[in-house]
Every structure is written in C-alpha cells, then in structure tokens.
Design a protein around this ligand. Sequence first.
Ligand code: TXA
Ligand code: MG
Length: 313
Amino acid sequence: MIISLDRAIELIRNGDIVAFPTETVYGLGADVKNVVAIQKTFDIKGRPADNPLIVHISDIDQVYELATDIPDSFKKLANHFWPGPLTMVLKKQAAVPDIVTAGLDSVAIRMPDHPIALELIRNTGPLTAPSANRSGKPSPTRAEHIIEDYGDKLPVVDGGSSTIGLESTVLDLTSKQIEILRPGAISAEMIENLLKTEVFKSTDHAADSLPKSPGVKYTHYKPKASVNWIHSVPSQFDSKTFYILHSKMSGKTEKNVVTCNGNFDLLAKLLYDYFRTADHLGYSQILVETLPKLSPHPLIPPLKNRISKSVGS
Ligand code: TXA
Ligand code: MG
C-alpha cells in the first residue's frame, strides 16, 4: 500500500514497519530501538535471524550513539562518501539491540543518499532496514516490486526507481586491515585513493573460511528462472530464454532481449527489474552476457558479484 512520508513517520513512531526508497534499493524500516518492530521485519521477509541489519542514519553524530572505538578512517570515509552507497561496520555500543547485529559485537551503519529516506530518518531517528524484498528474491528497486512480494498490506513510500539499483558496499572497519565484505557502487579503488591504504576484498579469502558478513552465505538475488553466463551475443535468440546483454545492438525489439548498450550504470539500475520481468513473463532461463574483464567501471565488480550469486540452480 502506497503511503505518504508523513504517514510513514507516524507509523514508525507507532512501532510499525514501513518500506522506503533509497538510492541503492528499497529498505524495510523499523526503529532501531524497537525490537518488536525489528522482529517484524525479519518475520515478514522470512529472513534468517543470524543475518544482521544495517542501521540507517541521517546525521553523522548518530554514529557515536551506535558505535565505539571509531577509527580515523571512518571520519574520512563518512565525510567523503556520505550520504551514499557505503555501509561501514564498526564496533557496536552495548545499547544497540542484539537482534540488530545478530549477536555480533559490530554494527553496520549507512547514511542513504535519498531525500525521502533522509527526511524519514530525521523525523524518526535511526532505522534498521534490510532490503525490502522477501528473502531470496531480488532486492526491490521500485515500489511495485514490494507490492509484488507482499501484496498491498505492507506500507511503502513510493520514491520512484532507485538510481543505483544495487545494494551498498559493506566495508569492515573493525580491524586494522580494512576489508570490503560486499562490493557496491563505492569501489575498492575509490576507498584506496581516499585513504591511501590497501583495501582487502572478501573474495581474497580462502573459499572455506568463515564469512565475516553473515549475509554473504545465503543465496540472494535469485530469480525463479535459472541464470547463466554467455560469452557473446548469440547470432540467434532462443524464444524461451531471456537475454540480458550489454553489447551495443541496433534494431532489436524482441521482448526477451534487453541490452544496456554499454551503459553499466543502466545495467545496475535495471538488473533486478530484468530478473523480475523474466520471471513474470515465465522464462525458465536467463542468459547474461559476461562483463568486460578490464573495464574500470566501478559497477562491474558488484554487478559480477550479484549475477554470479544468481548463477547455477
Ligand atoms: O544498500 C543497502 O545496503 C540496502 C539499503 C536498504 O540500504 N540494504 C541492504 O540490507 O542491502 P541487507 O540487509 O539486504 O544487507 C545487509 C548486509 C548483509 O550482507 C549483512 O550480512 C551485512 O550487511 N551486515 C550487516 N551488519 C553486519 C555486521 N555487523 N558485520 C558484517 N556484516 C554485516
Ligand atoms: Mg538483502
């Protein structure tokens, strides 16, 4: 159910949950101090209890109420990238409820770059917000996706399409070795350039090591259709397959063939929408053109990450 921002503020203050837009994907908000409301977000999503939530803030000072032992790198990163698609993991204050952090001694915090999200949080205080999809579904990038997942009963503030379309970069600042736990629009290179220090990527870990970000072990971002890579644009398209391409193409009008024409910002913005569209239209297979290995585009690593997680079923 689409509601106004004012109504959303009222609902959160009353201990309810509300979906709201951010520049990455829509989030499912609850007051960080209200464990009953937070539990509702786990329940309605069907989210495993061991997967911690990101706390969304509207003012840098709120970090000091949520986290402790804050390193110098935090301030530099926050000043430079917030509001924006960067989530920082810090040592948590005791006051942060365990349900938020799934019992970890760290807390993930982000200031979203979206006028509705910021105005909401300014009026309610910090909000926990997982991506508003049902667990296992692609993250919602439009209000319609939320109605698709839950029917009309979940209140949502409609802010149009998310401009980025992929979830934020999750960066662990709790140890000396700064590490990207989930790639997003803020790239390792952007962080390294700012901090003048090397940033570790979780993919550098041995495959069998314990994931530091509990969420990464779950199958996410998965449409019903099977997803596979193709290495080039086929000369003929199979009418039972949905194709997600990036090569420039002219004059293609088939409803099962989409291309971003080399615009990776657009591919990121529409990827989850394409996944959902393929499912709606009943395709059982999605083929995605492999992404260029040498492109410096910052969205290539998160795109590869999300698509790879969908491959193989
Ligand atoms: O862009 C985003 O980050 C969106 C929007 C709504 O802000 N939110 C989002 O939330 O993607 P969610 O819950 O779908 O993903 C949160 C990720 C998970 O992979 C989780 O494991 C990780 O952040 N995370 C949360 N708290 C953590 C912590 N204390 N330590 C390590 N990873 C954490
Ligand atoms: Mg999610």
